[in-house]
Ligand binder design. Structure first.
Ligand code: AMP
Length: 210
């Protein structure tokens, strides 16, 4: 099973990716999480990525592509990658070399006003990175870690992240739809359980056709 999750920041990709990777026992690759970890550990990659991330810009394609290529297994759910046309083309090449076609590409569709509302208010576990809605009290329900705000969930950075999304990532819907016929639109406004059900229904039917 090889899945790509597309959608704006805050559309629920991370939440669904964790659930899909547990359900189908496949690798979860979140480029945002990997990059935040590199920044926290002050690695060479982290130092190069930090200023782009702080400003809500994309980290240069080649850095991210190399980072993913070094980690990618045969079955995966990609969360936050690809995010630009060159990244999508590099992923295609990588998978072609290994003869591993994508199973499905889902776009989680959420209106922009809702995205801004979610990102401004959301809380994340500073230890395990789980995401919680605004108003969540106490510690992380998953690992007991402390909840806080993500550094790039500030109004001006959110606006920039959305601008970058529209300019660089949204065109991937066309790329996967017209060129590859792989795109499936998923309404991202429902409850996480409902969205998960839609995703697994589509994946299970794709699996049974193969
Ligand atoms: P995310 O957690 O997916 O919202 O990502 C947080 C930040 O990490 C983004 O705003 C970018 O600066 C960077 N980032 C994550 N994934 C990518 C990617 N595929 N390409 C370039 N930059 C990325």
């Amino acid at each position: 099973m090889r899945i790509v999750l597309l959608g704006p920041p805050g559309s629920g990709k991370g939440t669904q990716a964790v659930r899909l990777s547990e359900h189908y026992r496949v690798q979860h690759v979140s480029t945002g999480d990997i990059l935040r970890d590199e920044v926290a550990r002050q690695t060479e990659l982290g130092k190069q990525a930090k200023s782009f991330m702080d400003q809500g810009e994309l980290v240069p394609d080649q850095l991210v592509v190399d980072m993913v290529a070094a980690r990618l297994k045969d079955s995966f759910v990609l969360d936050g990658f690809p995010r630009s046309l060159p990244q999508a083309e590099s992923l295609d090449l990588l998978l072609k070399e290994k003869n591993l076609p994508l199973t499905a590409v889902f776009n989680l569709d959420v209106p922009e006003e809702e995205i801004v509302r979610r990102l401004t208010k959301r809380l994340v576990c500073l230890a395990c990175k789980a995401v919680f809605p605004s108003g969540t009290q106490g510690a992380c329900a998953k690992c007991g870690g402390k909840l806080g705000k993500r550094g790039d969930d500030k109004p001006e950075t959110i606006r920039e992240r959305l601008r970058v999304y529209r300019q660089k990532t949204k065109p991937l819907e066309d790329y996967y739809h017209h060129r590859q016929g792989l795109l499936r639109q998923i309404p991202g406004m429902g409850a996480p359980d409902e969205i998960f059900k839609l995703l697994t229904q589509q994946l299970d039917s794709a699996k049974s056709k193969n």
